[in-house]
Design a protein around this ligand. Structure first.
Ligand SMILES: [Zn+2]
Length: 354
């Protein structure tokens, strides 16, 4: 399922793709990738692409061709290009600004192994680039339905990057419990099934923004996975894409530098509409109530082998922004939000140039 091309086609059909401000991601070099990943792992991934198969020891040691990380035609090139996009985004925002890298967001990969269909950890590689450019106070926010375990792991001993993940409780990879703070500069908010727009608004205003205002980061990276939207087949959250856009709007108003990545999302219509709406939000576009014919045609051309794809509802073709999905604000969400604010690292002074 070509998720990013579909989203870009939609953005183009809306007239929102300005060629002056659009760049293709370069492929990251081996040297750039081994800033985080082990040389053995990168070599194994390159070899898996060349040979289109892997020996048993590679499956065992690096989880390539196993554990839900299949060998496919571009199993090295595609993730290396997303990582190149994350690096380029960090460089472009060196002095400020906003970059959207919808192909990035593979937050589960580890230094020497693939996980959860993530082969290279492009958020980590982008964050390391920011650190290498001299930033030392960065906030990573992850609203994918799954815990951003690989990013939390990467910076567990580096207080320059504070990681905050909002994800469905009890779902793979089963990490990111409320008590898990990775030495103090990580916070996790596991949320119950049916997590709705009202609850995400609460998380935004009572945790994400207070932490941002407390830490005063020089830069924010948002992993904006679309699998928290209700129609996603893998998760059981009930957000509308308004929730994603609201988080984006709030962060772009306060972050001196912002990178927004993609992430999970397994319903092609949901993903294309969510990330196109995020693109439009970042670009200050007015959201159309009904899509113009060219945009509708992009969505009508998508197909999906799952049962839900056989009879998609009309609004998946004709609208960009979902109807809001408000709901009850449950006590467990309120309590989790209060708990994670306890014991934050000391506030950072505004000082420091850049
Ligand atoms: Zn996910």
């Amino acid at each position: 399922m070509p998720r990013v091309p579909a989203m870009l086609d939609l953005v183009r059909a809306l007239g929102w793709l300005d060629p002056q401000r659009y760049l293709d991601s370069p492929r990251a070099t081996t040297a750039q990738l081994t800033r985080y990943h082990t040389p053995d792992y990168i070599a194994a991934l390159q070899r898996a692409e060349e040979e289109q198969s892997v020996p048993a020891e590679v499956r065992e040691r690096h989880h390539i061709g196993a554990h839900g990380n299949p060998v496919y035609r571009e199993v090295f090139r595609r993730p290396a290009t997303s990582a190149g996009g994350a690096i380029l985004a960090a460089r472009l925002t060196r002095s400020g600004g906003i970059v959207h890298v919808p192909g990035a967001g593979t937050h589960h990969a580890f230094p020497d192994r693939a996980a959860g269909f993530c082969y290279l950890n492009d958020p980590v590689i982008g964050l390391l680039e920011w650190l290498d450019l001299g930033l030392d106070n960065i906030l990573y926010v992850d609203i994918d339905a799954h815990h951003g375990d690989g990013v939390e792991y990467a910076f567990r001993e580096d207080p320059r990057v504070f990681t905050l993940s909002v994800h469905e409780a009890g779902r793979w990879p089963f990490t990111g419990r409320l008590e898990d703070r990775a030495g103090g500069h990580a916070r996790n908010i596991p949320v119950p099934q049916g997590f709705n727009d009202t609850e995400m608004e609460h998380v935004l205003h009572s945790v994400i923004l207070p932490i941002l205002r407390h830490l005063r980061p020089q830069a924010v990276m948002l992993q904006c996975g679309a699998d928290g939207v209700e129609e996603d087949p893998l998760a059981r959250l009930s957000l509308s894409n308004n929730a994603h856009c609201a988080v984006v709007r709030a962060l772009m108003a306060e972050a001196p530098r912002l990178i927004v990545t993609g992430g999970g999302g397994y319903n092609p219509w949901t993903v294309a509409r969510c990330w196109a709406a995020v693109w439009g939000t970042l670009d200050g576009r007015a959201m159309p109530a009904r899509l113009p014919p060219a945009a509708e045609a992009v969505l009508r051309a998508l197909d999906w082998s799952r049962a839900a794809g056989r009879n998609p509802p009309e609004h998946w073709f004709t609208t960009l922004v979902d109807a809001p999905r408000p709901g009850p604000l449950r006590p467990e969400v309120v309590e989790a939000c209060q708990a994670v604010l306890q014991g934050l690292p000391p506030a950072v002074r505004p000082a420091r140039a850049g």
